[in-house]
Design a binder for this molecule. Structure first.
Ligand code: OGA
Ligand code: NI
Length: 367
C-alpha cells in the first residue's frame, strides 16, 4: 500500500488565508460542535500542568557531586510521568538554550518569507517532505488551521539538505546542529525508559534499529492567527504514531492541550523545556505499560504560534511488537507485529483521528 501522489483538492495555505484579513473562516475549517475547543463533550482544566522534571546532572557521569540517590529519584520521576501522563516537560536536558532559540527563530523567518519562496518546497502525500498544509488525503475532509514543514534527519540515507529550506541562510546549519543534539538527547532518554521498563538499557534503541538506523524527523508547525478560534483547531486530537516526540513549543503562546482523565489540560511551557511524549510505537513495545496520549492544538485570534516537533521513530521496515520480556500469561501481547511504515500510512491517509489507529475508539479515551 502506498500513499497517493497528489492531494485530493488544491492546497490553500492557512497563513495566506489569515493574512488576507478575512473575518470568518471558510467552512472547511469549521469543526462539528462536539469537536470544537470548548464543547459540552469535553471540559478543560486550567489549574493543572503536566509534570516538569529537572534532569540536571543525570547524563553527566563525571559529576562527582551527583549522587546515585538523586539519579534514582529522576529515574523514578520519569517512570511515574511515563505511566501516569505519557507527557512531561524536561529542563536541564543538555541541549543548549541558545540553540533552541535559534532553531525556533530560523523557522519563524522561513514562514515569514513571501509565499512564492515557500512554494518551491510544496509537499505531496507520497513522502510528506516539505511545506504542507494538510494531513490526510480524504476528499472533503475538514481541515486544521495550520501549515507545516516536514523533513528527515535520520537515517542518513533519507537526509537531503536540498529538501530543507535554503533560506534563511543559517537554517540548514542551525537545524543540522539542533537535530544532532535532540537525537543525542533522545538516545539517552530511551535508555532511561528501557531501564525503567525492566529491559536492558539498549532495548528500545535496538528495537528501533540501532543508533544509525533509527528514524528522526522534524515537523515544524505554524499556526497563523485565526479570526474564529472557537470554531476550529490548529491540530485535531491525535497520538503521535512514532516512538517518542520532543516538542519545542512556542515560548510565548500556549496552544497545546493534552487529554488527561477526560479533561483537556493546557500545557504551560517552562523556559527552554522540551515537552516529551510517548508515541504509539513505545506503547506497542511496552505492551501498554506506557501509553501514547491524545493531544490537540487550539489557536487564537491575537497571536500566531510556532512549534518544532522532533519525532524519534523506529526504522520504517522493522517489525515492532510487544517486548517478549513484558509478555506473560497474565499479560498477553496486546498488539500484532507491524512495521512503522505500514503503521504510519493510517494517519497519512486519514489524518489525525484520536487513537483509532491503535484500535482504541475515540470515545473510550474521553472517559
Ligand atoms: C505534532 C504536535 C503540538 C504542537 O506535531 O504532532 O502534536 O504544540 N504538535 O504544535
Ligand atoms: Ni502530536
Amino acid at each position: 500500500m502506498n500513499c497517493p501522489r497528489d492531494w485530493p483538492e488544491p492546497i490553500v495555505r492557512v497563513q495566506s488565508l489569515s493574512d488576507s484579513g478575512i473575518s470568518e473562516i471558510p467552512e472547511r475549517y469549521v469543526k462539528p460542535p462536539t469537536d470544537r475547543p470548548i464543547s459540552l463533550s469535553s471540559s478543560s482544566q486550567s489549574d493543572v500542568n503536566i509534570p516538569i522534571i529537572d534532569l540536571q546532572g543525570l547524563f553527566d557521569n563525571e559529576s562527582k557531586s551527583f549522587s546515585g540517590l538523586k539519579s534514582s529519584l529522576i529515574y523514578e520521576q520519569i517512570s511515574e510521568a511515563c505511566r501516569n501522563w505519557g507527557f512531561f516537560q524536561v529542563v536541564n536536558h543538555g541541549v543548549p538554550p541558545e540553540l533552541m532559540d535559534q532553531a525556533r527563530e530560523v523557522w519563524q523567518e522561513f514562514f515569514h518569507q513571501p509565499v512564492e519562496m515557500k512554494q518551491c518546497y510544496a509537499n505531496s502525500p507520497k513522502t510528506y517532505e516539505g511545506y504542507g498544509s494538510r494531513l490526510g488525503v480524504e476528499k472533503g475532509a475538514i481541515l486544521d488551521w495550520s501549515d507545516y514543514y516536514f523533513l528527515h534527519y535520520l537515517p542518513c540515507s533519507f537526509k537531503d539538505h536540498k529538501k530543507w529550506p535554503a533560506l534563511p541562510v543559517s537554517l540548514r546549519e542551525v537545524i543540522e546542529e539542533y537535530s544532532k543534539q535532540v537525537v543525542n538527547f533522545g538516545g539517552r532518554l530511551m535508555k532511561v525508559l528501557s531501564a525503567n521498563l525492566g529491559l536492558s538499557e539498549d532495548y528500545l534503541e535496538n528495537a528501533f534499529g540501532g543508533e544509525d538506523n533509527i528514524g528522526a524527523c522534524l515537523r515544524v508547525n505554524f499556526y497563523p492567527k485565526c479570526p474564529q478560534p472557537d470554531l476550529t483547531l490548529g491540530l485535531s486530537p491525535h497520538s503521535d504514531p512514532g516512538g517518542l516526540t520532543f516538542l519545542l513549543p512556542d515560548q510565548h503562546v500556549a496552544g497545546l492541550q493534552v487529554r488527561h482523565n477526560g479533561h483537556w489540560i493546557t500545557v504551560k511551557p517552562a523556559s527552554h523545556a522540551f515537552i516529551v511524549n510517548i508515541g504509539d510505537q513505545v506503547q506497542i513495545l511496552s505492551n501498554a505499560i506506557y501509553k501514547s496520549v491524545e493531544h490537540r492544538v487550539v489557536v487564537n485570534s491575537a497571536e500566531e504560534r510556532v512549534s518544532l516537533a522532533y519525532f524519534y521513530n523506529p526504522r520504517g521496515d522493522l517489525m515492532i511488537q510487544p517486548a517478549k520480556e513484558l509478555v506473560t500469561p497474565q499479560n498477553p501481547p496486546l498488539y500484532p507485529a507491524r512495521t512503522f511504515n505500514e503503521y504510519r500510512l493510517y494517519i497519512r491517509t486519514k489524518g489525525p483521528q484520536g487513537k483509532s489507529q491503535l484500535g482504541e475508539s475515540q470515545k473510550s479515551s474521553t472517559s
